[in-house]
Ligand binder design. Structure first.
Ligand SMILES: *[C@@H]1O[C@H](CO)[C@@H](O)[C@H](O)[C@H]1NC(C)=O
Ligand SMILES: *[C@@H]1O[C@H](CO)[C@@H](O)[C@H](O)[C@H]1NC(C)=O
Ligand SMILES: *[C@@H]1O[C@H](CO)[C@@H](O)[C@H](O)[C@H]1NC(C)=O
Ligand SMILES: *[C@@H]1O[C@H](CO)[C@@H](O)[C@H](O)[C@H]1NC(C)=O
Ligand SMILES: *[C@@H]1O[C@H](CO)[C@@H](O)[C@H](O)[C@H]1NC(C)=O
Ligand SMILES: *[C@@H]1O[C@H](CO)[C@@H](O)[C@H](O)[C@H]1NC(C)=O
Ligand SMILES: *[C@@H]1O[C@H](CO)[C@@H](O)[C@H](O)[C@H]1NC(C)=O
Ligand SMILES: *[C@@H]1O[C@H](CO)[C@@H](O)[C@H](O)[C@H]1NC(C)=O
Ligand SMILES: *[C@@H]1O[C@H](CO)[C@@H](O)[C@H](O)[C@H]1NC(C)=O
Ligand SMILES: *[C@@H]1O[C@H](CO)[C@@H](O)[C@H](O)[C@H]1NC(C)=O
Ligand SMILES: *[C@@H]1O[C@H](CO)[C@@H](O)[C@H](O)[C@H]1NC(C)=O
Ligand SMILES: *[C@@H]1O[C@H](CO)[C@@H](O)[C@H](O)[C@H]1NC(C)=O
Length: 848
């Protein structure tokens, strides 16, 4: 198709107008609200929703749509809208309006639609001020739902134009649309649905709608209706749309009454979705229920969520050929001869999607006078009847009727597609229950009153969730439990306290294979003291982390086809502890990925002479450290070579460790030797300082030394020190000397005394002689003084050497020679003239 330029222009113009129409702006007269101007009428649509407004503001009269929804308006004052003669649509929903006055709506003569949903218009007020609605003479659509009209219908006679009304409909008995509706000749649509408002009617009879025979569209969905008698819709000859959906107590039987009334009406659309409960019995559509539709020209039928399974043969043939659209979603149709009848239908659309959809029970199920599956009775009555012990405090379990003599129930492979919720079985003698191969994907429970149950099969159910209380205390007789081929690994590994199986004290066999279990907690089997067989094959275990040592009756543990590479020492210990008591205990470890390396050698050793029976031991394979796979057929040989290999590595490891550590020791001792004097010095200084509160002496202030000099001499040279030195220096020159014979504190240890003396003396005089060099303590004093000069007095010359022997440089140790060459020393001349000079020099050095 070619567009001319003009057409293109027109399209752009229309597009422009439409987009301009969509533009929302702040209103010039009320900044809080947004405005949208209609490009044709030039009037405004004003949106003031959700602004916490309490009072209706004054507004200009060029408005055609006005919304005050979701605000806090309580009162509509007189003349609130008096100027707004052009207003067509007013939305006051979700406020708190409880009063409108005689003149509240005055001026709204053109109003077409008024929404007062979800306010607080109680019966008396609305009744009193019905005159207030009088100005709305052109109103076509009114919504007054959710206003708590208790069993009350307003007299809306004055609204003569009203065509469509939405309101609540409440009656604890027969619901009757009141007589005042009779004068609303134009009313065509009545929306009473409980899904959007408050609708609760027990039953409907031929009286219910007798005052509105002209109605065309009636919506009774979600109205908690229990009965619809024949004749209810009989007068509604013009009805075209009828909706009775979501009335779960009605059941399919009601259709007969409904279609009977509709047979000569104008009905086009009939909706009866979900007139069943989720867990009701499946239903069959019978000929009698729909045959009356033959005489109508119905076009659409909706019957979703009805557990519809079969249709009576021939029933479909009654469908008129005007029928074009059928929706039967979420049902459970099965194959049957009725399918051939379909050939005769003139359908255009047939929706049977969502068949076998997964359902959970309705949140607030309706109470029906009879439910096809389970009739709820008062608990006391139930107790008497079925002899159940029923703990009301724990869970509101749904009762499940079980024939009292029944011992064996096979419900396998039935495509049951539910969560198993809380159930209490009626008094029963059930021993075997097979629910395998269904779609019971979640086991919530608890299940009560299964005290005789010995055998339970829940395998192959795609179950990924089992609750901690599913197996209630009532499962105490259970001996065999088959849970294989589910996905329980997802939950069981988090059962850290072993609560799932805690009530199964008498369990003898459990099968948990094919469940994708990676690990189980230590306490998983804590209560199964009588268990004999555990099957955990075809999972993904990497080790045995759960305790089994206490399972003294265990005969068979199947861990085939897992990912176990070796068993830890504690696992082996546990297996041994069973094996010792129970010679018949066997374990199957086929098809695992064993590792045979030096790290797992204890496990390999255990495989050589296991304390328990190993099934298929000859078939085991093992991966060596060089990744080759070997059979364990000759496990003895393998162990021998492996242990040799690992042994031959031991000397190498030992040698390596020894050499590394000796190198380390060597380095350390070297370091220690190198700094031996410093270390000693530091040690003694710390010792001194911790003993006495000594004021640390700084090198730059030289006043506060206790002694002028510490004299270090060998005992053999004491004459020189005590006689000559003492006289010349202390007595004649007043330099106080520290001599170990005289000044050392008795009792203190000698090294501390020396360090302390050196530290407290300004200088240290070394009386150097061959004896000095030989004496251990003298060398100690010499070195300590050196350290003092280096570390405490920042290299100040503390040492003063006096040579009283003629010592050749060859005789001197290296470190003394070094000092002699770098620092001052003096030789004792031992002649009269030289002596005078000698003592002068010393005095000078010591007092400078
Ligand atoms: C409202 O109008 C009616 C009739 O016009 C009158 O009887 C009634 O008193 C009025 N109510 C108020 C509150 O003015
Ligand atoms: C419906 O009405 C009943 C009684 O009139 C009231 O108790 C209930 O709260 C109402 N429900 C709703 C949703 O308004
Ligand atoms: C039903 O409503 C009537 C009054 O409208 C009341 O007397 C009666 O007790 C109610 N019945 C029930 C079961 O609520
Ligand atoms: C409804 O109101 C009109 C006008 O006020 C009155 O004539 C009529 O009797 C009322 N109907 C009923 C059933 O109350
Ligand atoms: C409703 O049915 C009853 C009998 O079931 C009858 O007496 C009554 O007249 C009927 N009412 C109308 C409006 O048809
Ligand atoms: C049904 O509709 C027709 C045509 O619109 C009309 O003549 C007739 O009066 C209506 N019937 C009732 C009961 O309102
Ligand atoms: C009846 O009302 C409910 C709730 O508003 C709505 O979902 C349903 O579509 C209505 N039925 C018809 C036939 O319009
Ligand atoms: C159908 O109508 C009959 C008679 O009017 C009534 O007894 C019966 O309860 C109705 N069925 C249902 C399911 O409401
Ligand atoms: C009403 O029925 C439909 C099925 O047609 C269902 O999907 C919906 O959840 C029901 N609503 C309520 C409130 O029960
Ligand atoms: C349906 O009704 C028509 C007359 O309206 C009749 O001719 C026909 O046989 C009926 N169909 C069946 C299957 O009874
Ligand atoms: C071991 O098995 C043998 C035969 O299978 C049986 O006779 C014996 O009682 C069993 N021993 C134990 C301790 O279960
Ligand atoms: C060992 O493997 C062979 C072949 O793979 C098989 O036939 C035999 O059953 C296995 N033995 C055991 C005890 O699993």
């Amino acid at each position: 198709m070619n567009l001319t330029l003009l057409q293109l222009f027109l399209l752009r113009y229309i597009y422009h107008v439409m987009t301009a129409d969509e533009r929302h702006e702040r209103c010039y007269f009320l900044k809080k609200c947004t405005c949208r101007q209609n490009q044709v009428t030039l009037l405004f649509s004003v949106d003031c929703s959700g602004l916490k407004i309490r009072e209706i503001p004054k507004l200009p009269n060029n408005i055609e749509e006005l919304s005050f929804k979701e605000n806090r308006i309580q009162v509509i004052p007189d003349q609130a809208f008096s100027d707004m003669t052009k207003l067509l649509k007013l939305d006051l929903s979700n406020n708190a309006i409880n009063v409108f006055r005689n003149l509240s709506f005055i001026g709204l003569t053109n109003l077409r639609s008024l929404n007062l949903q979800n306010n607080k218009l109680d019966a008396t007020m609305a009744n009193l001020n019905i005159h207030g609605l009088k100005p709305l003479e052109n109103l076509i659509h009114l919504n007054i739902k959710h206003n708590l009209f208790e069993n009350f219908q307003p007299n809306l006679t004055l609204m003569v134009s009203l065509r469509s009304l939405e309101m609540d409909f409440i009656s604890n008995d027969t619901g009757i649309i009141s007589e005042s509706f009779y004068s609303m000749k134009r009313l065509r649509e009545l929306e009473l649905s409980g899904l959007t408002g408050n609708c609760s009617v027990r039953s409907l009879t031929n009286e219910s709608f007798k005052y509105i025979p002209q109605i065309e569209n009636l919506n009774l969905s979600g109205c908690r209706i229990k009965h619809i008698n024949k004749g209810t819709f009989q007068q509604l000859k013009n009805i075209s749309v009828l909706d009775i959906s979501n009335n779960t107590c009605l059941k399919f039987g009601v259709l007969e009454n409904v279609t009977y009334d509709l047979q000569f009406s104008e009905i086009k659309v009939l909706k009866f979705n979900k007139i069943h409960k989720v867990f009701d019995m499946n239903t069959m559509l019978r000929t009698s229920q729909i045959k009356h539709l033959n005489n109508t020209s119905i076009q659409e039928i909706h019957g979703d969520s009805n557990r519809l399974q079969q249709i009576e043969i021939g029933a479909i043939l009654f469908m008129p050929n005007t029928l074009e659209y059928v929706s039967a979603r979420d049902n459970q149709f099965s194959h049957g001869p009725y399918l051939w009848d379909m050939l005769r239908l003139s359908l255009k659309t047939f929706n049977v999607s969502h068949m076998f959809t997964f359902h959970t029970e309705d949140e607030h199920p309706e109470k029906c006078s009879y439910d096809i599956v389970c009739k709820k009775e008062p608990i006391t009555e139930r107790k008497m009847k079925y002899g159940m012990e029923y703990n009301d405090q724990t869970f509101q379990a749904t009762p499940l009727p079980i024939p009292p003599q029944l011992t064996s129930l096979n419900y396998s492979s039935c495509h049951l597609h539910y969560s198993i919720l809380a159930y209490t079985l009626t008094k029963n003698n059930l021993r075997n229950v097979d629910l395998s191969n269904n779609l019971l994907t979640s086991w919530i429970g608890p299940i009560y009153n299964v005290k005789s149950l010995k055998y339970l099969d829940l395998s192959s159910n795609f179950c990924s969730n089992v609750s901690h209380h599913f197996f209630s205390q009532d499962f105490s007789s259970l001996e065999e439990l088959y849970l294989q081929n589910n996905i329980l690994g997802l939950v069981l590994q988090y059962d850290s306290k072993g609560e799932v199986l805690q009530n199964l004290h008498n369990l003898k066999t459990i099968n948990l294979s094919q469940n994708k279990i990676q690990r189980l907690s230590k306490f998983f089997f804590k209560s199964q003291l009588k268990i004999e067989r555990i099957d955990l094959s075809e999972n993904t275990f990497e080790s045995i982390g759960f305790y089994i040592g206490h399972l003294k009756s265990l005969k068979y543990l199947n861990l085939k086809n897992n990912r176990i590479s070796y068993l830890s020492a504690s696992a082996i210990l546990q297996l041994d502890s069973i094996g010792i008591l129970n010679k018949n205990f066997t374990i199957d470890l086929c098809q695992n990925d064993f590792l045979c390396t030096c790290e797992t050698i204890n496990f390999v050793q255990w495989l050589v002479s296991p304390t328990v029976g190993l099934i298929g031991k000859k078939n085991y394979t093992c991966q060596l450290s060089d990744l080759t796979l070997v059979s364990l057929e000759n496990i003895d040989e393998l162990y021998d070579t492996l242990s040799k290999d690992c042994m031959s590595k031991i000397p190498i490891i030992v040698a390596l460790v020894a050499s590394v550590s000796s190198v380390l020791i060597f380095i350390c001792s070297g370091l220690i030797y190198r700094y031996r004097w410093k270390l000693r010095y530091v040690y003694y200084m710390i010792k001194i300082r911790s003993h006495k509160k000594m004021v640390p002496v700084k090198s730059d202030d030289d006043k506060s030394y206790m002694y002028g000099a510490f004299v270090s001499y060998a005992d053999e040279d004491s004459t020189f020190a005590h006689k000559k030195l003492l006289t010349k220096l202390e007595k004649e020159n007043g330099i106080i000397l520290c001599l170990h014979k005289r000044n050392f504190l008795p009792g203190s240890d000698i090294a501390t005394n020396i360090t302390s003396a050196i530290h407290n003396s300004r200088r240290t005089i070394i009386i150097m002689s061959r004896n000095f060099l030989k004496s251990y303590w003298c060398m100690f004093e010499y070195n300590m003084a050196r350290m003092e000069s280096i570390y405490e007095r920042s290299n100040e010359n503390v040492l003063f050497l006096i040579f009283i022997d003629q010592i050749t440089s060859k005789e001197l140790p290296l470190h003394i020679l070094e000092l002699v060459q770098s620092q001052s020393y003096i030789e004792y001349p031992n002649d009269e003239y030289g002596d005078t000079v000698f003592w002068d020099k010393i005095t000078q050095v010591l007092t400078s």
